[in-house]
Design a protein around this ligand. Structure first.
Ligand SMILES: Cc1ncc(COP(=O)(O)O)c(C=O)c1O
Length: 416
């Protein structure tokens, strides 16, 4: 008699029974091969739900194409938290371009994307069952990053639309006091995803001091640091002090500012030697390829090329944002102004049948079914109130975005 054992482990089965991937992404990938084309598929699918900037892809490919003299060393094992020369070049580049002070290569770890950095960093700083405060609206991916394998519980700090979604010490105190698990850390994104806003120096100081007063780790995800196009400059938490201490960490990567999410290169900056030592022990399972590190090392040390590239990213985003907001204005679709990133929040509360999550889901579905346009629903971004949707405008060609907004306008006016 053959023994019948389950095929998968409990945790493997759990991934199938309750996939951590949000629904809007699932719907994106089933439609992605039927995308809009002005001639072939004028009714085709248009994604406005992916936070990517693909407008600079050709230029980046041209840049990387120049670095063909790849040395044989890239084929072998290296330091799992990144090649030392790459970390040195990266430290110099990040210091001068957005950190606001010099940092040392010894304080940097490179892993396969910012998602890996977050998962591994939180694995080594928090125990299963502990809580992490995250101001909302938030990047939807923090939930799978921290909850699936690290076993942490996210404690949302619900910023409210009536306060323009501002984070205050009172909200942090409230979330801390009502948390049902012991809280170990605070994680926030600046520039914010999905609000597309930068935190000011004073706000960052308040958050850092509040975290220190409460004995928490503070993790600042600065992955959109170079994608700022508004009047207010980006301020990195690194620039607040010459040393951030053992419990403050910064995350960055090439996925957003360089539009290179496929290269899987994320960066951790930490002042804590022990944190970095523990991260190094896990890095083997999430290393960035030696070839990629070589190309990116050449890129960030090619000062003229990279500075020109960054100037163009910002100018291009400003143009794209202006065009999208003009179009939204013309169709009277409400949105919250942004100054960074590749997205903005549309306020579609007036179009909900009722102020409920069910009504938000129905509207999202209607837009998907009738307009063939996928927006990120606010529920995925853990917005405390139904009716807000994130619209990403740089992952598709400009003409596609314009068509998508036209179609969105028709659905909202009740004419599909
Ligand atoms: C705030 C934030 N952090 C991290 C990530 C993940 O980046 P990566 O693709 O490098 O893992 C994203 C991706 O959307 C993001 O928006």
């Amino acid at each position: 008699m053959k023994l019948s054992m389950p095929l998968l482990s409990r945790r493997g089965q759990q991934l199938i029974d309750a996939p951590p991937r949000p629904r809007y992404l699932f719907e994106h990938f089933v439609r992605a091969d039927r995308s809009w084309d002005p001639e072939l598929r004028p009714d085709g699918y248009i994604s406005l739900c992916l936070a990517e900037n693909k407008r600079m892809a050709d230029r980046l490919i041209d840049c990387l194409d120049r670095y063909r003299d790849v040395p044989g060393d890239v084929l072998g094992y290296d330091d799992m938290i990144g090649n030392l020369e790459f970390r040195r070049n990266l430290a110099a580049f990040m210091s001068r371009s957005f950190l606001g002070r010099d940092i040392d290569a010894d304080h940097i770890a490179i892993l396969a994307g910012a998602g890996s950095v977050l998962e591994i960093l939180f694995y080594v700083i928090a125990n299963p069952g502990e809580g992490v405060l995250i101001p909302t609206p938030s990047y939807a991916g923090f939930w799978p990053d921290l909850e699936v394998r690290d076993g942490l519980t996210i404690v949302p700090v619900a910023c409210r639309s009536r306060d323009n979604f501002r984070l205050t010490p009172a909200l942090l105190d409230e979330a801390m006091a009502s948390a049902k698990v012991p809280v170990k850390a605070l994680l926030l994104t600046t520039p914010e995803n999905p609000l597309g806003r930068v935190y000011t120096r004073d706000e960052l100081r308040m958050i850092l001091e509040w975290s220190e007063d409460n004995g928490l780790h503070a993790v600042f995800d600065e992955i959109y640091a170079l994608s700022v196009f508004g009047e207010r400059p980006f301020v990195s938490v690194a620039s607040l002090r010459p040393q951030l201490g053992d419990r403050a960490h910064i995350v960055w990567g090439f996925s957003k500012d360089f539009g290179a999410s496929g290269l899987r290169c994320g960066v951790l900056i930490s002042g804590s030697d022990d944190t970095l030592r523990a991260v190094r022990e896990l890095a083997y399972w999430s290393g960035c390829s030696g070839h990629t590190q070589y190309l990116l090392s050449r890129l960030v040390s090619d000062r003229d090329a990279v500075d020109d590239y960054i100037g163009r990213i910002r100018a291009g985003l400003k143009e794209a944002y202006d065009r999208v907001t003009q179009h939204l204005d013309a169709l009277a679709i409400a949105y919250l102004p942004a100054e960074a990133g590749f997205f903005l929040i549309c306020d579609l509360r007036a179009h909900l049948a009722a102020p409920t999550w069910e009504a938000e889901r129905r509207l999202w579905h209607r837009i998907l079914d009738e307009a063939n346009v996928n927006l990120t629903p606010g529920e995925a971004c853990r917005i405390a109130e139904p009716g807000f949707f994130r619209l990403c405008y740089a992952a598709e060609p400009e003409a596609a975005v314009q068509v998508a907004i036209e179609r969105l306008g028709r659905v909202l006016r009740g004419r599909a």
